[in-house]
Design a protein around this ligand. Structure first.
Ligand code: PGA
Length: 252
């Protein structure tokens, strides 16, 4: 299976010119690369801009969505709107949303269900904080996030999309302190076991697990080749075309 590389630009860059430059450099850099799936998740206003610059190897993704389809929800963007403008992926439950916008597991669940309803591919983020890890709670945290996040979701809904779980330990995000290959592997094993107990072995095999947190050109290949993750969620490094292209080349 081709690895998935997700560029999460977060609230960057600040101008259209920078978006154009960054996108064009990425586009040039990945010209000959075929054996991976690339998704760019820019801030909402840039989604259509990137769509216009379009490149068949680069898919459009959003950083979040709202669970209602339409109506009086000032400031929100629904999964339906995203799908209708050409988005194929949506990040849901990122730790920054959980932390700064008080997103609970219940909210995350509503958003995942909204995405699944219209077959928008979810990238469902989970992961423990440093304190939780220190207390030996990693498995319990992952179990809670998965159980509540996937509540009332059927096997067939998962089978209908490309379903990604991003293991993103909070302590590794934006810190320059990535999780080790062994830690990523052991988290992936825990996640597969939990998914198997919630659904079935065949669903667990169908769900793809990617890693995110302080990815750079030096560590990227390890997660794919050694930890056998199905892809990477890249934050800071995805804002530098050279770095992102090196990451892509290291895993393709
Ligand atoms: P980072 O962010 O690569 O800057 O650590 C990853 C993420 O937040 O998805």
């Amino acid at each position: 299976m081709k690895p998935l590389i997700v560029a999460n630009w977060k609230m960057n860059p600040q101008s259209l010119d920078e978006v154009r430059r960054l996108f064009n450099s990425i586009k040039k850099g990945i010209k000959k690369i075929k054996n991976l799936e690339m998704v760019i998740c820019p801030p909402f206003p840039y989604l259509l801009v990137i769509k216009l610059y379009s490149h068949k190897a680069i898919k459009l993704g959003a950083q979040d969505c709202f669970w209602e389809e339409k109506g009086a929800f000032t400031g929100e963007v629904s999964a339906v709107i995203l799908k209708n403008i050409g988005c194929q992926y949506v990040i849901i439950g990122h730790s920054e949303r959980r932390r700064y916008f008080q997103e609970t597991d219940e909210i995350v669940n509503k958003k995942i269900r909204a995405a699944l309803k219209i077959k928008l591919n979810p990238i469902f983020c989970i992961g423990e904080t440093q304190t939780e890890r220190d207390k030996g709670q990693t498995q319990a945290v992952l179990k809670k996030q998965l159980t509540l996040g996937l509540k009332d979701i059927s096997k067939s809904q998962i089978e209908d999309v490309k379903f990604f779980i991003a293991y993103e330990p909070v302590w590794a995000i934006g810190t320059g302190n990535p999780c080790s290959v062994e830690e990523a592997m052991s988290a992936a094993i825990m996640i597969r076991k939990i998914i198997t107990s919630l659904f079935s072995f065949s669903i667990s095999k169908k769900i793809r697990i990617i890693y995110g947190g302080s990815i750079n050109r030096k560590n990227s290949a390890n997660y794919i080749k050694e930890a056998k993750m199905d892809g990477l969620l890249v934050g800071g490094a995805s804002l530098e075309a050279k770095e992102l292209i090196s990451i892509i080349k290291s895993v393709s």
